[in-house]
Design a binder for this molecule. Sequence first.
Ligand code: ADP
Length: 247
Amino acid sequence: PGPARALLEVRGLSKSFGGNHAVDDCTFTVPEGSITALIGPNGSGKTTVFNLVSGTLLADRGEILLDGERVDRVAPWGRAHRGVGRTFQITRLFREMTVLENIVTPLRSFSIPRLGVPAVSGAEASRAMELLDFVGLAAYRDVRAGSLSYGQQKLIELAQVLMLDPKLIMLDEPAGGINPTLIERMGDLIRDLNRQGKTFLLVEHNMPFVLGLCDPIRVLAKGHVIAEGDPDRIQKDPAVIDAYLGD
Ligand code: ADP
């Protein structure tokens, strides 16, 4: 078989903050059906790339294509409608709302803004329960989200993202700050969703997690992709070793 089609294509993307070239002529693809990792030292531009792809930041230059269509000037909610879902490094749940309320919230905030917030339908509520069950937290549906552990909150965020049924799921440090049992569950859920056809792009610092789960890997340094390939190749790449040692 030939190379997989790119679900996401980033071409010559650049973003500066003042004189700081956070993302600098960045080019990479996320093959359809892959679990792709974006790694790199602190400050290499990973979060900025996430923000540019999800649309919370606008690029200075470059193109972002989803399924071959330009989305780089589309508003964040429009990109969500076209199939881009993401989580954040620090969870953004409404701590005072219940777990179930949190899961149905993105649907409402991403529905047509001019029409305001529609009520949650029975179908939405039952889908939310299915997803809670999927992440293993059905028993917590009526619990205040803020009372859950950080790892559980990350699983709730995954369920929240799935509510929009995205084609591309972008996870910002899914294994960061969570215990080994939940890291394993997170990895199993990602694999399971991938088998169901979901494509992933994840930023992650936990190298054993990345090397065991992701292929291909894109390595950023100073906002630019300096290496790409499968885990074996990346681990042996002198440019990658240099970039990390120079951190
Ligand atoms: P990473 O996620 O790889 O740690 P970031 O994308 O957060 O990297 O940051 C890349 C560079 O851009 C860093 O030098 C950071 O200080 C800078 N940066 C990121 N966001 C902003 C911002 N909103 N304003 C100014 N500088 C920023």
